[in-house]
Each structure stands twice: as structure tokens, then as C-alpha cells.
Design a protein around this ligand. Structure first.
Ligand code: UTP
Length: 226
């Protein structure tokens, strides 16, 4: 079974520095799993800090994105190191394009961002498409997909499951809100999982048990979209 893990920057770098505990734990889980993995890492706050510094120095949006991509790749390289330390058979370099990832077999592939203008949500789905993965597991600092932002509304309701179209509708509603609001999964990524019917699980990085169950397609506390 081929599975793509999309690991948010906030999970790799909570509070702005790498969580060695998480990196070691996820690496151990991957070592013990029978699935074949492709992994996409996000940039999180490190990407934002650098992109904003670049903007203040006069960078345009393309250049700010390019700096963000560098942060995602730095996280990817850190994960490669952790995986390797855990004895996982992993490519020792961070891959930079999907064509390269496509032909790889029997070894874990790790990638960061690819081109300006998108986010690692979209990269993760493209990697899943390229590898022919049947499942995508999105690991972030929220426990799933909610009807409203759970960080702002304590009464937000979490969906246990939803369809691709329901997710697209919710992402569109969130897109039209004021600038700065940010839906869990970007619109392009939502549309790509729908076109290829990639079963997508949204779980929090706080529970390894949930991540493991999502990888295996078992019941967990997050949201499954299919
Ligand atoms: P992320 O995917 O981590 O951004 O990439 P995000 O969605 O803002 O992060 P979360 O979900 O809140 O943690 C970091 C930044 O890198 C650039 C974008 O600027 C993005 O915001 N990026 C990333 C690209 O330009 N292209 C890519 O393929 C990936």
C-alpha cells in the first residue's frame, strides 16, 4: 500500500524550533510500518518569518515563495536525517520534482515545496498522484476538518467524514472570508484529491495512534474525506 504523508511545518517546528521528539517518533512508526511512503513537509512559522523578512527587504511574492520553499526543504532534510537514524531505507536527498519521485520504488521519498504560487498541501496531492498512492494523511496542528475555525470558535463541529464535494464547498466558503483566514487544506489541493479520488485523512500531530490508524485506513479521531 502506498501512502503519502503531508506533515505540516507547525508539527515539525512547533514554537519555531524542531521537535526532535516528533521527528524520532514518526520515523520509528515509519520503520515499523509495512506501507510504502512518500512524504511532503511544510514550512510553518519558519517559512513565514523568512518570507516576511524578505518582503520587508523588498522581495516580491515570487521571491517570498521561493524563500518559503527553502524552509520546507530544510524541514524535509531534517526528516530525512531522522528517518535515516531510525534505520528507514530513505533517499538521502530531498527530491525536488514529481517526475523524479514517480519512478522511485521500495525506498521512502521525502520532498518539500516545488514551485512558487502553491503550498505543500497541493504538492502532497501531486506526489500522491505521481506515486499512485491510494491514501493521503495530512498531519497538522488541528484534529480534522471543522465547520468553522476551531481555534477561534470553541463550538466548532468536527466532521468524522465528508465527501470531496463537501470539502470543496467548505474550502470555498472559507476562501471568501477576510484575508488572513486560512483553511486547513488549500482549494487546489481539495480539487486534486477530488479528481483522483485520493482518500484523505486529516489528523493532528499530537496523537501517534491516530496517525497510525489513518495510515492503515482505520478509524481515528480526525476526518476522512472520500
Ligand atoms: P506551507 O505549505 O508550509 O505553507 O509552505 P502554509 O500553507 O502557509 O503553511 P501552514 O499549512 O499554515 O503550516 C510554506 C510557504 O512556502 C511557499 C509558500 O509561500 C508557502 O506559504 N511554497 C510552498 C511555495 O511557494 N510552493 C510550494 O510548492 C510550497
Amino acid at each position: 500500500m502506498r501512502v503519502v504523508l503531508s506533515i505540516g511545518g507547525s508539527t515539525i517546528n512547533p514554537e519555531g524550533k524542531p521537535s526532535l521528539e516528533f521527528l524520532r517518533a514518526i520515523s520509528k512508526m515509519i520503520k515499523e510500518s509495512r506501507s510504502e511512503f512518500g512524504i511532503l513537509t511544510g514550512g510553518g512559522s519558519i517559512a513565514r518569518v523568512y518570507a516576511n523578512a524578505a518582503r520587508e527587504l523588498g522581495a516580491n511574492e515570487y521571491e517570498a515563495d521561493a524563500i518559503g520553499i527553502t524552509s520546507t526543504r530544510q524541514n524535509a532534510q531534517l526528516l530525512v536525517t531522522a528517518l535515516s537514524g531510525a534505520g528507514v531505507d530513505v533517499y538521502r536527498h530531498v527530491l525536488t520534482d514529481f517526475e523524479e519521485a514517480k519512478g522511485r520504488r521500495n525506498k521512502v521519498v521525502v520532498m518539500g515545496g516545488t514551485i512558487p504560487g502553491i503550498t505543500t498541501d497541493t504538492d502532497a496531492v501531486l506526489l500522491a498522484e505521481a506515486m499512485g498512492a491510494t491514501r493521503l494523511v495530512n498531519i497538522s496542528n488541528v484534529e480534522g476538518i471543522y465547520d468553522t475555525n476551531p481555534k477561534k470558535n470553541p463550538k466548532a463541529k468536527k466532521f468524522a467524514k465528508m465527501t470531496y464535494n463537501e470539502l470543496i464547498k467548505l474550502a470555498a466558503e472559507n476562501d471568501s472570508r477576510s484575508a488572513g483566514t486560512h483553511f486547513v487544506f488549500d482549494m487546489l489541493a481539495c480539487k486534486l484529491i477530488a479528481r483522483s479520488k485520493v482518500e484523505t485523512h486529516f489528523v493532528s500531530g499530537d496523537s501517534l495512534e491516530n496517525i497510525k490508524n489513518a495510515i492503515e485506513g482505520k478509524k481515528h479521531n480526525g476526518t476522512v474525506v472520500r
